[in-house]
Design a protein around this ligand. Sequence first.
Ligand code: FAD
Length: 301
Amino acid sequence: MMRSLVLGVTDRTVPRRLITDTKAGRAVAHRFVAGDRLEEAGAVGKSLNDSGLKVSLDYLGEHVTSAEEADSATASYVDCIRHIGENDLDANVSIKLTQLGMGFDDDVAAKNLDLIASEALAVGTTVTVDMEESAHTEMTISLYERAQTTHGNLGIAIQAYLHRSVDDVERLLPLGGHIRLCKGAYAEPPELALQSGSAVDDAFDRLTEILMESTEVKPAIASHHDARIDFALDKARSRSAPWEFQMLYGVRRDRQIELAELGHDMRVYVPYGEAWYPYLTRRMAERPANMSFFLRALVGK
Ligand SMILES: Cc1cc2nc3c(=O)[nH]c(=O)nc-3n(C[C@H](O)[C@H](O)[C@H](O)COP(=O)(O)OP(=O)(O)OC[C@H]3O[C@@H](n4cnc5c(N)ncnc54)[C@H](O)[C@@H]3O)c2cc1C
């Protein structure tokens, strides 16, 4: 309910300009986004690596509407992957398929995903396919299946709030790779997604259990929620194969370090680039306190 409200308001032109065109808006964005440029993201990644944290670099952008934009985003990812290789970063990349062309030309997205996966393979790293709005779930999974079957160095995000997710996980397990489990960040209708926080928590734990029991995939438990983290730690006790935690840049940094110091793999999702507005609105919708942080910054308090 709150998520739909925040996403509904921030989708309008005036709030968008209030955030993108003001110093306060940019200040809030910089809590969650490493910077506009690859070099800034690389420097943040290096400093996180130095603190014992792994990284996933995300070049921000989504829902492009031309093959030129999709190809340009792909070229930025190729630069990013080369930067990872040249600077020996402990990092992979996270991509959104609507940024690579999915939605207006799925073949363009498939071609771009192939290119990114091959480049990542060449520097010995992996690619995680983010999960976007439910209108794109099926195509995201199909394109992922194709790319993972060809290259073998990919993973995909699964949203616990979707009713279909248990079936999707069962379908994806035989492909190997990694599965990032998250709660889900978009406003979705009751026919497709659980609406209450407690139901999403239960679904998240159920999926954590399935992933931790799997010998085929590497689970990536992406949550800042202590109860979910504790549940995963408990289930991981009987797991000898690798798995990891993931959290977002700018969210619960102390907890990230604490879990890494306890010996757990922790990967921090680090977004960068100029197209940060939709990403920021999802972070606000998750936690209305972030909205008041922005409003305080706006009035200079
Ligand atoms: C690495 C990573 C990748 C993700 N990829 C995707 C994806 O591909 N698709 C997708 O739909 N969603 C994705 N998400 C977002 C996810 O679906 C949730 O919306 C988000 O993680 C909040 O859920 P939570 O599990 O942290 O629990 P919550 O119950 O929302 O949060 C638990 C606690 O974490 C802290 N917290 C959580 N969010 C914030 C925030 N924005 N700002 C400040 N504090 C916060 C608060 O202390 C809060 O009480 C990703 C999340 C992570 C961590």
